[in-house]
Ligand binder design. Structure first.
Ligand code: NAI
Length: 506
């Protein structure tokens, strides 16, 4: 196979360097591995060989190809042995001084047209290249862990990077079987930037006492379609990795409120509740299994009260049909009768505000989240307000659980859970496009492959309607008075004129 770079060097043979070396050798390049720790180097060569043996056993690689790849993987005692490499990928410790020193050393060794790439996840590519004689030859090449399985790589142009360098790395990524995406050199690049909405907004919801971790995970899995809830995900990633990323991006963007980290993770990190790897994070783990308390059961309710629906409810006709299907007694008067349960379905407002504005008795008012159509979800979410009577809350719970669909009841929260988290994700993604960090299409690719979201964030916004997402954000901004919900111009303009969020400007 003809490859873009026939001789590749990989410096740093930890989790990332190993993976990069593996796919580069599989692509047909001769790969020289360097590590300052000789034991790590030996282990890397062994581990990569074992990965190939496993692939052969599973029938995913033929024995001949594995033997050839092994022959192409060569340990090197020092960077001096990388002289004939057309590409050197660095995956050493995440420290600017160490990376700068390494690249300065490499520049003395390789040919003037050799490409240098850094796998940094949080440092500026421009800053890494700043001291070089030829800063135009250096680009970011940000892979994800585990490299052979996470099929996406961000190709990052620093301020001085030659576009031809990025083009070469892009073509080589494809040869390695990865999907390249192009990003400008900005904090978090694409994936770590776009990923700020999910966890941080979920943490804010917990910090407001709206619902517990497990309830929020259930809601985001069943209502919004995420494979893992945010707290399950943080347990998997571990807080010693994810909390510093939250802090770093927040600080690098000069305290942008959208990325504000949470004291919850700071404290849990300090307490050593890191996640699965320490046996306890947001969940406790026994034999690798998260211990989750059973969901609160459906309350036993005798006779259900009649139900009245606010004229301003989202998806009002759908809600009427649902109530009919559930066998509710529906009131259609202008205002609820003295015994009725009042249902509101706001976008971005809380139940309390709606009850006040619509002059409803808060004691009998309950909210339901209908941003997502009921038929498309596996869970319904109801919210009380501080005055909601227990019998009205239980009646609403029992009614909406009548067909067996799970119901979560949370405390009042403008935007419930799904509206808050989804609109925050869509807003951050929109701002990434507004800043021209990458193309809308590359954003979608990077997030679906890098974060495993059910849809790209812009497609998510289109699915629920840019105008609806915009309404949620405007209203949340009003209720909370917090600039973190300020809609990005990308979303504001497209939402206002009904344009797809994936639409680039001509
Ligand atoms: P690691 O700690 O597993 O491995 C780093 C390796 O580099 C070690 O074997 C160490 O001995 C070696 N090393 C350190 N300084 C060196 C030097 N000056 N010269 C030669 N070898 C040196 O680290 P990991 O997780 O593989 O990360 C490497 C880089 O990749 C970092 O920049 C990190 O931010 C980035 N990254 C890590 C991801 C992850 O999930 N672990 C994901 C994406 C990027």
């Amino acid at each position: 196979m003809q490859t873009q770079y026939s001789n590749v060097g990989v410096v740093g043979t930890g989790a990332m360097g190993r993976g990069i070396a593996q796919i580069a050798a599989q692509a047909g390049s001769r790969v020289r591995l360097v590590d300052s720790n000789p034991a790590a180097l030996d282990k890397a060569v062994q581990d990569i060989g074992a990965q190939w043996d496993k692939l052969v056993q599973k029938g995913r690689m033929d024995a001949e190809a594995a033997a050839a790849a092994k022959a192409r993987l060569l340990p090197a005692a020092s960077v001096a042995e990388l002289a004939d490499c057309q590409l050197v990928v660095e995956a050493i410790v995440e420290r600017l001084d160490a990376k700068r020193a390494l690249f300065a050393q490499l520049e003395e060794v390789v040919a003037t047209d050799a490409v240098l790439a850094s796998n940094t996840s949080s440092l500026s590519v421009t800053a890494i290249a700043a001291g070089l004689k030829h800063p135009q030859r250096l680009a970011g090449y940000h892979f994800f862990n585990p490299v052979p399985l996470m099929k996406v790589v961000e190709v990052i142009a620093g301020l001085r990077t030659d576009p031809a360098v990025c083009a070469g790395l892009t073509a080589y990524a494809r040869q390695m079987g990865h999907q390249p995406v192009q990003a400008q050199d900005t904090p978090g690049f694409i994936v770590n930037h776009a990923g700020r909405g999910f966890g941080t907004e979920a943490l804010r919801i917990v910090s407001e006492g709206v619902a517990d971790f497990a309830t929020i995970d259930r809601i985001l899995r069943d209502q919004a379609g995420f494979k893992l809830g945010p707290f399950e995900l943080m347990d998997l990633t571990a807080l010693d990795v994810s909390h510093p990323v939250m802090e770093s991006i927040y600080q690098q963007y000069y305290d942008e409120p959208r990325y504000r980290p949470s004291v919850i993770t700071a404290q849990r990190l300090a307490g050593g509740l890191l996640g699965r790897k320490t046996g306890e994070g947001f969940y406790r783990y026994v034999d690798g299994q998260a211990q989750v308390a059973p969901e609160p059961g459906v309350p036993e309710v005798g006779e259900l009260p009649p139900v009245w629906v606010s004229s301003r409810a989202a998806r009002r006709q759908e809600l009427y049909q649902l109530l009919k299907d559930l066998g509710a007694t529906i009131e259609t008067g202008q205002s609820p009768s003295i015994n009725a349960l009042s249902l509101v379905a706001p976008l971005g407002f809380d139940v309390t505000t709606v009850a006040v504005v619509e002059r409803l008795d808060p004691a009998r008012t309950v909210g339901i989240d209908l941003l997502v159509e009921d038929s498309a979800t596996r869970r319904r979410v109801l919210a009380t307000n501080p005055a909601t009577r227990a019998d009205m809350r239980d009646a609403a719970h029992a009614l909406f659980a009548r067909d067996g669909k799970p119901v979560s009841v949370i405390r009042d929260s403008a935007g419930f859970v799904t509206q808050r988290v989804v609109s925050t994700i869509v807003n951050i993604a929109s701002d990434i496009c507004q800043q021209r960090i990458c193309s809308p299409q590359d954003l979608e690719t990077a997030v679906t492959l890098g974060l495993g979201y059910p849809l790209g964030p812009l497609a998510m916004g289109n699915r629920w309607g840019p105008a609806n997402v915009l309404e949620v954000l405007f209203n949340m901004q009003t209720v909370y008075g917090d600039p973190r919900y300020r809609p990005s111009p990308w979303l504001r303009r497209r939402g206002a004129i009904g344009l797809s969020l994936l639409q680039e400007e001509s």
